[in-house]
Design a protein around this ligand. Structure first.
Ligand code: S3P
Length: 432
């Protein structure tokens, strides 16, 4: 499937983008291990979250839905998972494979996890190294999937000083720590999304965060919870940029998750001159939520503060489109992690930007983008959902149509993207 996007248009009205991907994964994982039935609404019905659902079904967990965002998970308790009959296929989902490796390393049975071409290229040493220190035995293909996890190992607690700022690594170690003897702790080089910590507490598990050390005691139990998952700020980001760059736009995004470890995109866009109003701030199930009203604005290039990088890590592809529409130069550095996402997002975006006539200079840890008139053209997505959505939004300011090739992966995080964007004013069609 390709996107064909005609140039121009503006975005108006109100939209609610699908549920948060990170929270959806964690809902299934913790719900499966809890005692009792967990009920969540706002669950993301995207392929990534469905891979996590399938994996737990494969381990004997009864899960009803998701249907219209509602999911019910009959928890089997901390030691109730059954050996999977097949290899667990994690599709495109780095979060599934990395978080699950922590849980599976502690089970009594062997398991194997693999994924699609993109996932098979992604580094797993970042999780297998701390897990090995805890006593886990995991074989990989030179640090990449498939992962073969040996069961029957009793894990010991560790303190892990994380070399990269990664919520997936932190979560993996904490989830393994639930089963380890003693107290497992991690420190991160910079704060990353804290949904695991918040959600563990929501499931009645004590997680301490003191002097930047996050820790928990192994051997406890989880109690089923009722959750209302907010709209994913990473999906909302496409609309925040779209309404900012398209003249005459006035768009409201409803019920967006505003966790401070995720809202770097709003800070960065505001620094660039975006007009984003945060309305109806409230707290839902331990997570801050708000409605966001965004109107067109003239953006200016900035040097992106490095401390904001982990807080906007998934939003850089669309922020690069904002930079292409801004006056002057935008510089990103300290973002080498972008090179190991669903694609090398620095290289993928640079290639597409160049095709659309946007001046850019690639650096090992970032990029420099000079704003200017975008042309139409044909761009590739490198199996990366966020590259696909970013270049479709670019058409709002291009002087010709943009054809975005290979867009099936958009459904991993944002099913229904084209229809929702079209309803709000993007001139997008899907071509099969
Ligand atoms: C995620 C953490 C981030 C992010 C990913 C989701 C999570 O990855 O890019 O989309 O749910 O924990 P890293 O931990 O590799 O930064």
């Amino acid at each position: 499937m390709r996107f064909l996007v005609e140039p121009g248009g503006s975005l108006t009205g109100s939209v609610r983008v699908p549920g948060d991907k990170s929270m959806s994964h964690r809902t299934v994982m913790l719900g499966a291990l809890a005692e009792g039935t967990t009920v969540a609404t706002g669950f993301l019905e995207g392929q990534d979250a469905l891979c996590t659902v399938q994996a737990f079904r494969g381990m004997g967990v009864t899960i009803r839905g998701p249907e219209q965002g509602k999911i019910e998970i009959d928890g089997v308790g901390m030691h109730g998972l059954k050996p999977p009959v097949d290899v667990l296929d994690m599709g495109n989902s780095g979060t599934s494979i990395r978080l699950l490796s922590g849980l599976l390393a502690a089970q009594s049975f062997d398991s194997t996890m693999t994924g699609d071409v993109s996932l098979q290229k992604r580094p797993m040493g970042r999780v297998t190294t701390p897990l090995a220190a805890m006593g886990a035995v995991i074989d990989s293909d030179e640090g990449r999937p498939p992962l073969h996890i040996k069961g029957g190992k009793s894990l010991r607690s560790i303190h892990y000083d994380m070399p990269v700022a990664s919520a997936q690594v932190k979560s993996c170690v904490l989830l393994a720590g639930l089963f380890a003897e003693g107290r497992t702790s991690v420190t991160e080089p910079a704060p990353t999304r804290d949904h695991t910590e918040r959600m563990l507490r929501g499931f009645g598990y004590d997680v301490e965060c003191e002097n930047e050390v996050i820790s928990l005691q192994g051997g406890g139990a989880l109690k089923a919870a009722t959750l209302d998952i907010p709209a994913d700020i990473s999906s909302a980001a496409f609309f925040l940029v779209a309404a900012s760059i398209a003249e005459g736009s006035d768009l409201t995004l409803e019920h967006v998750g505003m966790n401070p470890t995720r809202s770097g995109v709003i800070t960065i866009l505001t620094l660039m001159g975006a007009d984003i109003e945060v309305l109806n701030e409230r707290e839902v199930g331990g997570e801050p939520v708000a409605d966001l009203r965004v109107r067109s604005a003239s953006l200016t290039g900035i040097e992106i503060p490095q401390d904001l990088v982990p807080l906007a890590i998934d939003e850089f592809p669309i922020l690069f489109i904002a930079a292409a529409c801004a006056a002057g130069t935008t510089t990103l550095s300290g973002a080498e992690e972008l090179r190991v996402k669903e694609s090398d997002r620095i290289a993928s975006m640079a290639e597409g930007l160049t095709r659309l006539g946007v001046q850019n200079e690639v650096r090992s840890d970032g990029i420099v983008i000079t704003g200017g008139q975008m042309t139409g053209g044909e761009v590739n997505t490198f199996h990366d959902h966020r590259i696909a959505m970013s270049f479709s939004i670019a058409a709002l300011r291009a002087n010709g149509p943009i054809q975005v090739n290979d867009c099936d992966h958009v459904a991993t995080s944002f099913p229904g993207f084209a229809a929702l964007a079209q309803g709000a004013g993007l001139r997008i069609s899907e071509v099969f």
